[in-house]
Design a protein around this ligand. Sequence first.
Ligand code: ARG
Length: 466
Amino acid sequence: GRLALWGGRFKSGPSPELEALSKSTQFDWRLADDDIAGSRAHARALGRAGLLSPEELQGMEDALDQLQAQVDSGAFTPDAADEDEATALERGLIAIAGDDLGGKLRAGRSRNDQIAALIRIWLRRKSRTLATELLGLVQALITQAKDAGNTVMPGRTHMQHAQPVLLAHQLMAHVWPLLRDVERLWDWDRRADSSPYGSGALAGNTLGLDPVAVAKELGFSRVTENSIDGTASRDTAAEFAFVAAMAGVDLSRLSEEIIIWNTQEFAFVRLDDAYSTGSSIMPQKKNPDIAELARGKSGRLIGDLTGLLTTLKGLPTAYARDLQEDKEAVFDQVDTLLTVLPAFTGMVRTLTFDQDRLEAQAPTGFALATDIAEWLVKQGVPFRHAHELSGACVQIAEGRGVELWDLSDQDFQEAFKDFLAADLAPQVRQVLSTQGSIQARQGQGGTAPERVTEQIAQALDEVRSL
Ligand code: ARG
């Protein structure tokens, strides 16, 4: 058969079993466009170094254009014997430009620096698409938060009624982590913005090629400082994988809320028909599959990160073939997120909240007990006692199966008698309303309507700046 890229010192070609194991075109072919762009930049570097004459360079660029056109049209694809995308593209180039010219391109570069550069180029471009998708979801959440106005809902800790909060506040609690994910992508990009091209196999190149010019052409502002590090490290891929996994985890938390809010028992929210699914056997069912798939796929996003880190652990520091495993992990993450996010954003955009039900549920379950304690503090009662007195009110109400605001003046007088005058005690009712409770939480970051309005404006500012 055909000789592999390393044919010279071998008596035979690779065994079929080796080929089957070694082959990566089934997943790395998506790097072909970027590899051709890299080849163009590399050809120019060879030209500037005097290793390609002006005519040869022109011939090379024309051949690369033709190759790109064949790749675009699908006329050229990897064949069974191509080990990886780089092998396939060299075969394609030689078919167009001939052995003598086509065979010159490989000088001064190795697939090791080539692939290290390609994964960065590809991820940097996808990170921008991902950021745009995440910001689309953020925008949908902010719009829902604005539409929620001053609707109050039960705030929960440990899934138990805790204190009333604005629905907008709860929704915005999912905006900030997603904005941080976008920030993480930008921040990651500053570290990824460094070109390994020119590192060669590990030690750099002898041909006087200018890696800075190649880097510029490929959209990098710097060159990796160390050619061994440039070809051997994959922390850039791993850090990207963390951000992707984190975004998945953030989506899974929002998924869980939507799934619970959409149950018959909660009935806080309704899903649009276009963003929910039915059951093949139970005609009445309307299922939150998008949220469930997003929640489920966070598992594979984490798995991709874990797999990659495990591959990298303990590797010797220069290229080893293990590094080929970096790609499927991050490709899968990008594919997963770019499939999940559009559907997820559509689901969020079309949610309808049952505002009356949220309002009615908000103060139940003794959710105003903290407000009683804090009102007592304002009357000079030490919080330790205030907590107990409020707890006593809860105990009375719970015993009678009523809510806190159903207690009589006498109940409050009796409960507070060691600390407050009888005429003062019933005034606690001032804070026994949801609106009163919300209004009181005026500190920055709190759920008071004014603070939430500011918060929404601040988030919109951040969306614009990202
Ligand atoms: N396909 C390899 C990868 O994705 C690059 C080729 C390097 N191979 C080699 N034998 N040095 O990492």
